[in-house]
Design a protein around this ligand. Sequence first.
Ligand code: ADP
Ligand code: 5GP
Length: 189
Amino acid sequence: MKKGKLIIFSAPSGSGKTTIVKHLLSQDLGLEFSISATCRAPRGEEQHGKDYYFLSLDEFKEKVKNDEFLEWEEVYAGCCYGTLRSEVERITNQGKHVVFDVDVVGGSNIKKLYGAEALALFIQPPSVKELRNRLIGRSTDAPDVIEKRVAKAEEELTYASKFDTIIVNDILDDAFVAAENAVKQFINS
Ligand code: ADP
Ligand code: 5GP
């Protein structure tokens, strides 16, 4: 069976990562989403076991204790996110390529672990002002949550150079094409 490759998408929240990842997953590229665990509450239409594994903080801590995470981070104060080792096995065992949507620290850690087996893509918003507008337009987070995310974005943007490829998400269709081309080139290499 063909061995799956790893494709990492990282960016500050609001950059358009989820939009681009969903587009790629809808193409016939043999990709499968690595479902992360989080202790934040579901947002909008999000479903347990599809978008995330929604856990209580105690359940999350238990998995940390049992070394079930490939990586995990307290991305926002009191709010942990992590990639379960079992997700990588689940997907690569099907001969599919694993797609991660993780924060910039998690993304650079996965890249360090897997080296050339992983492609690390950084999705960059045109500006922090536009990122804030997108978070407001998404209408899924309270104003204080949006401000926390925007405040973190400046620092997160400094991680771009640690990634293999930077995709500027200004015109969405152009970003779709750039992401598709980068992924196709990597999985066919
Ligand atoms: P992330 O997953 O990085 O937090 P999302 O994919 O949820 O970001 O995108 C944030 C918001 O911005 C969504 O409402 C999405 O529809 C919108 N969006 C994404 N890309 C663009 C773009 N290129 N131009 C305008 N709006 C965009
Ligand atoms: P959101 O709450 O908007 O879904 O995600 C917030 C941030 O957490 C995003 O940057 C997202 O990529 C990141 N994230 C989601 N899952 C994981 C994960 O498993 N590990 C890490 N390190 N970050 C994650």
